[in-house]
Design a protein around this ligand. Structure first.
Ligand code: MF3
Ligand code: CO
Ligand code: CO
Length: 367
């Protein structure tokens, strides 16, 4: 997700051309001296990381403009929200579906004893097999191909050698860059299944899923972007949870993170209005306790400051004439989780509110 920006960035096209051709992508890992006395908020600790997995540019359809040096160049306007053309939408459907396939592959691996690095290896291979570049890889020097955020980790957890343990809740966040367009989604997974999770954890997962679906159900042309955050915050507050303010959802397309910022909390002012052809993510991070992030020394891993757990779901959404479609929605083979079966907002697979999306969801639930 987007780090919240207070000042709008200078808008600027800036050619996104691929700087170098056919040189293997070489990732610099910054090594700074770690403070041995660093204190952690909860019980998760960093484990060793395997060497970074490299993508051969010739093995995928295209690579993003930051793949070589870690610096994103094309940003799009900081304010103006792109209206995607039908051709772009077609490509984003494909990248969305690809991200979903990879997320499902990752989720099936979740089991006690499996390391998040093993999941990253499978994610990396599944992306490349599909002709896609794993978007997180070298994005602002991020060293791995997906984010794995366990228990008190809010987001941007780096896959490492820590074996998952029964009772862990883990968010896997997959973004793929397929043929010039990013598709971004994430989902929670319970290590050891629902039975391994305590009651408060179950409530956190159900509430996070339900506030997310509730906010997505309201998406349609003409709606102000501020309804998303208000819907989320009102819903989770009533359950005694808190919503993260430091990371936002984001517009997405040929650029990973672009306008608009999607706030997952109440903003007491009018924002822009949704329009047909807008594509953006909703990805609330909901916490048991305090929602202020506490950063690890790797400059990526954001945990809660009090060690309480955090949960998150994410879809890439397309605004249509008659509502919204999840471009990263579940497919024929996707497993259903307990929060979908037991949702207070909408039971079963949620693919959107458009006629298209409803028909498709119906089809899938009758499979
Ligand atoms: N997928 C994340 C999001 O939802 C962004 C990850 S950026 C990374 O926006 F560099 F941490 F991978
Ligand atoms: Co995102
Ligand atoms: Co994401």
């Amino acid at each position: 997700m987007n780090k919240k920006k207070t000042k709008p960035r200078k808008s600027g096209g800036g050619g996104g051309g691929f700087a170098k051709k056919a040189t293997a992508i070489n990732i610099k890992t910054k090594k700074k001296a770690a403070n041995p006395d660093f204190t952690y908020a909860g019980s998760i600790r960093p484990f060793p990381q395997s060497p970074t997995r490299i993508v051969d540019p010739a093995a995928v359809l295209s690579i993003p403009d930051y793949a070589i040096d870690g610096v994103p160049k094309k940003r799009g306007s900081a304010y103006e929200i792109e209206i995607k053309t039908p051709e772009e939408i077609e490509k984003m459907r494909k990248s969305g579906r690809c991200a979903r396939e990879v997320l499902d592959i990752a989720g099936r691996l979740v089991k006690a004893g499996v390391t998040t690095d093993e999941i990253d290896a499978a994610v990396h291979a599944a992306c490349v097999e599909r002709g896609a570049y794993p978007s997180p890889l070298n994005y602002r020097n991020f060293p791995k191909s997906c984010c794995t955020s366990v228990n008190e980790v809010i987001c941007h957890g780096i896959p490492d050698e820590r074996p998952l343990e029964d009772g862990d809740i883990v968010n896997i966040d997959i973004t793929v860059y397929l043929d010039g367009y990013h598709g971004d989604c994430s989902e929670m997974f319970c290590v050891g299944g629902k039975d391994a999770i305590d009651e408060k954890g179950i409530k956190l997962l159900q509430t996070t899923y339900d506030c997310w679906v509730k906010s997505m159900e309201l998406v349609k042309p003409g709606v102000n972007y501020n309804v998303i955050g208000k819907t989320i915050e009102d819903y989770i507050k009533a359950e005694g949870f808190s919503t993260v303010r430091s990371f936002c959802g984001h517009g997405i397309g040929s650029v990973f993170h672009t306008a608009p910022n999607i706030f997952h909390y109440t903003v007491n002012q009018d924002l822009q209005e949704m329009q047909v052809g807008h594509v953006y993510t909703i990805e609330p991070m909901i916490c048991e306790g305090f929602a202020d992030p506490y950063m690890w020394q790797d400059d990526w891993t954001a945990t809660t400051a009090d060690g309480g757990r955090s949960a998150q779901f994410e879809h890439t959404l397309l605004v249509t004439e008659d509502g919204v479609e999840a471009l990263t929605g579940k497919i024929e083979t996707s497993p259903l989780q307990f929060w979908e079966e037991e949702s207070a907002i909408r039971k079963g697979i949620w693919l959107g509110t458009s006629e298209n999306a409803r028909a498709r969801a119906e089809e899938l639930s009758n499979r």
